[in-house]
Design a protein around this ligand. Structure first.
Ligand code: XMP
Length: 517
């Protein structure tokens, strides 16, 4: 959607590496726009995008396996600099006349390279720089025109260059943090070899987006489902900056929110930012529909369905709407790409299950779809979103509904809200909030005997959980200080009626998921 022509850019060809997104992020950290495209992109398509350079990512395949991925040969004749990383180096070497083999000594983990020849790729990099290796195959004979610029004992051609053509290759992964000066190497390629100008930053992104949103929307109206999470909040502020009152946000209070959350959203967006807010208090609808339901998947389905029904009911009250805005991020776009490589524009299922009703015909507006999560946070800060919201832990769409194990009732939700508020408050007070990916409390449908004062109690049990994670795919349980756990347990038992026992969950993911349901 954005007008990219005024920014220099680097294309990352994705050969299936788990690190492709990281490469694009590192390039953007240099102040240069970067996009990930499938390795099948043709040279004409590359030309049309007008990048200043190309990076071939790593990948899980071996170039020696028949049918393994090959980029368009014509890419090498575009006159554009290319940096090949791991598989990217091997495939470039092979296609240009070098040899790749699978030597006996494979290399995984940390290594120190020996820079044996001065190269612009290593400007400002120490001679024995630490890098991260992960490869089976290696280049064993250079392609014509290439020279070796660095090696390790197990991998003679660790880094190579064809200076005349601007082709570079590294066997290690400069994009990962274990390659201590890897970002410097990527920066050298981007700024010194591809000669990009640094022009990509959140200030320029805001200006470009505001212009693009105004052009796309014209005098029409836009609807956005505001959840109180980072993505929809940032999308709301950005669109509001562009079109003011042509944006209307629908905020559904499903009764499954955290303590004070509905008030906070109304105060911040409705009052402070002055955004048109259509508030739906649907607590009763949700709780009625959830009555007697204990099975997790059934709960999720019900919550999803009531949300969609409520959202559409509210949308119909918002007048003439032409666009539905969503806080879709770049990783969602990459992950949902069709095999042909075209970015998918399907509406996220947990936002909008089952497609649009007949009488609501909206186009999609996704102003964050070029951004990574940390860029969205930066953008949020730039747009004036309070830090507390910008750095908030993830919170699931079905909210406390999937943390209230067993039947979801108003009374049990109120209990859980109090527990959660104490837990998060204590974590914040201890300065640990930002060290944790996610902290959550669950209320169990189990009662235990306790004694408080001289009185025997028979009350429910709650669990506290905190995990560290990079992307929620895997997670480790957080080693919470005992004193903090002790304070939480004591406060919860004293301050929250209905609970007399507190447990701490030490399950990692796998085998556990982050949420209990
Ligand atoms: P699990 O429990 O599968 O969760 O390990 C991984 C991450 O996803 C969040 N989560 C959700 N987020 N809608 C969401 O927007 C959902 O239905 C949902 N379920 C789980 C969870 O909190 C964790 O961050």
């Amino acid at each position: 959607m954005l007008e990219k022509n005024n920014h220099d850019s680097i294309l990352v060809l994705d050969f299936g590496a788990q690190y492709s997104q990281l490469i694009a992020r590192r390039v953007r950290e240099c102040g240069v726009y970067s996009e990930i495209v499938p390795y099948t992109i043709t040279s004409d398509e590359v030309k049309a995008r007008n990048p200043k350079g190309i990076i071939f990512s790593g990948g899980p395949s071996s170039v020696k396996t028949p049918g393994s991925p090959r980029p368009d040969m014509a890419l090498f004749d575009l006159g554009l600099p290319i940096l090949g990383i791991c598989y990217g180096l091997q495939v470039m070497s092979l296609m240009l006349g070098g040899k790749v083999d699978c030597p006996e000594k494979k290399e995984y983990g940390i290594a120190n390279i020996d820079i044996i020849r001065q190269s612009v790729l290593f400007d400002g990099v120490s001679r024995k720089s630490q890098v991260w290796m992960s490869h089976g195959d290696s280049v064993v004979a250079l392609a014509p025109g290439f020279e070796c610029i660095a090696s390790t004992p197990n991998c003679p051609y660790t880094a190579v260059e064809n200076r005349a053509k601007g082709f570079y290759g590294v066997q290690f992964h400069p994009e990962v943090v274990h390659s201590l000066e890897g970002t410097k190497m990527i920066e050298n390629f981007v700024l010194k070899v591809a000669k990009c100008t640094r022009s990509w930053n959140m200030g320029s992104f805001i200006n470009d987006s505001v212009k693009a949103i105004r052009e796309k929307v014209g005098d029409k109206n836009v609807l956005l489902g505001l959840s109180g999470g980072v993505d929809s909040s940032v999308a709301a502020l950005l669109i509001h900056k562009a079109i003011g009152d042509q944006l209307v946000c629908v905020f559904v209070n499903n009764g499954l929110l955290r303590k004070n959350e509905a008030e906070n959203v109304i105060n911040l967006f409705g009052k402070h930012f002055n955004i048109r807010l259509q508030y739906a208090d649907a607590e009763k609808d949700f709780l009625d529909a959830l009555k007697g339901v204990t099975e997790p998947e059934q709960k999720r389905k019900i919550i999803g369905k009531v949300f969609v029904d409520t959202f559409y009911k509210e949308a119909r009250k918002c007048g003439d709407i032409s666009f539905l805005a969503q806080g879709t991020l770049y990783p969602d776009v990459i992950e949902s790409r069709s095999p042909s490589g075209g970015p998918s524009s399907t509406i996220k299922s947990h936002h909008n299950v089952g497609g649009l009703p007949e009488d609501l015909k909206w186009d999609l507006l996704e102003p964050l779809k070029e951004l990574f999560k940390d860029e969205v946070r930066e953008l949020g800060k730039e747009l004036g979103l309070p830090d507390e919201l910008v750095y908030r832990h993830p919170f699931p769409g079905p909210g406390l509904g999937v943390r209230c194990i067993g039947e979801v009732t108003k009374e049990r939700l109120d209990t859980l809200r109090e527990i959660d508020a104490i837990y998060i408050e204590e974590i914040r007070k201890a300065g640990l909030y930002d060290k944790i990916w996610q902290a959550l409390a669950d209320l169990l449908p189990v009662k235990s005997v306790g004694v408080q004062g001289d009185e025997r109690t028979y009350r429910e049990v709650c669990t506290l959980r905190a995990v560290t994670s990079e992307d929620a795919m895997t997670a480790d349980w957080f080693r919470m200080p005992y004193e903090l756990l002790q304070r939480c347990a004591s406060r919860i038992c004293n301050e929250v009626p209905g609970v007399n026992r507190v447990l701490y969950d030490i399950t990692s993911k796998p085998p556990g998921t982050i949420e209990w349901e």
